[in-house]
Design a protein around this ligand. Structure first.
Ligand code: IDP
Ligand code: MG
Length: 152
């Protein structure tokens, strides 16, 4: 059991433009996860192609990169128990038609190609994505005041 697992969560350009930044941050904050890093970025094509390299043979790849390049993104690292798996559950399924109501996608979007947020799908990819989006000195180490209230 590790309460220091980290995941990379991003609010995509549509999430930013639709004014959902605070709502998405709030979900992680009130649940008890600890914010370790946050910044607004306008990523380059090359950076996005690296981030989504596993999808480069997909027919939607070019459109995905265009979409992700269309405006600023809010990039974050959240830390806590099962941050990766729980983060994915909190975002909801990739296709909002399958995202449960109560999840972020299930509450705030309709179509796969405009699904407002990103979350790492494994601890390994989280580590890779965190190092792709953040420098070591951008990650803050501190003790959450509520640590002893959130964990037994
Ligand atoms: P994930 O974001 O839930 O991990 P992935 O399969 O890794 O889902 O796909 C990355 C992103 O690519 C999705 O979040 C979505 O924005 C986009 N995407 C995935 N499948 C499709 C599709 O069939 N059409 C358009 N966009 C897609
Ligand atoms: Mg993915």
């Amino acid at each position: 059991m590790s309460t220091t697992e980290r995941t990379f969560i991003a609010i995509k350009p549509d999430g930013v433009q639709r004014g959902l930044v605070s709502k998405i941050i709030e979900r992680f904050e009130v649940r008890g996860y600890k914010l370790v890093a946050i910044k607004m970025v306008q990523p380059t094509q090359e950076h996005l192609e690296t981030h989504y390299q596993d999808l480069k043979t997909k027919p939607f790849f070019a459109g995905l990169i265009q979409y992700m390049k269309s405006g600023p993104i809010v990039a974050m690292v959240w830390e806590g128990l099962d941050a990766v798996r729980q983060g994915r559950a909190m975002l909801g399924a990739t296709n909002p038609l399958q995202s449960a109501p109560g999840s972020i996608r299930g509450d705030f979007c309709i179509q796969t190609g405009r699904n407002i947020c990103h979350g790492s799908d494994s601890v390994e990819s989280a580590n890779h994505e965190i190092s792709l989006w953040f420098k070591e000195d951008e990650l803050c180490s501190y003790k959450h005041n509520s640590q002893n209230l959130i964990y037994e």
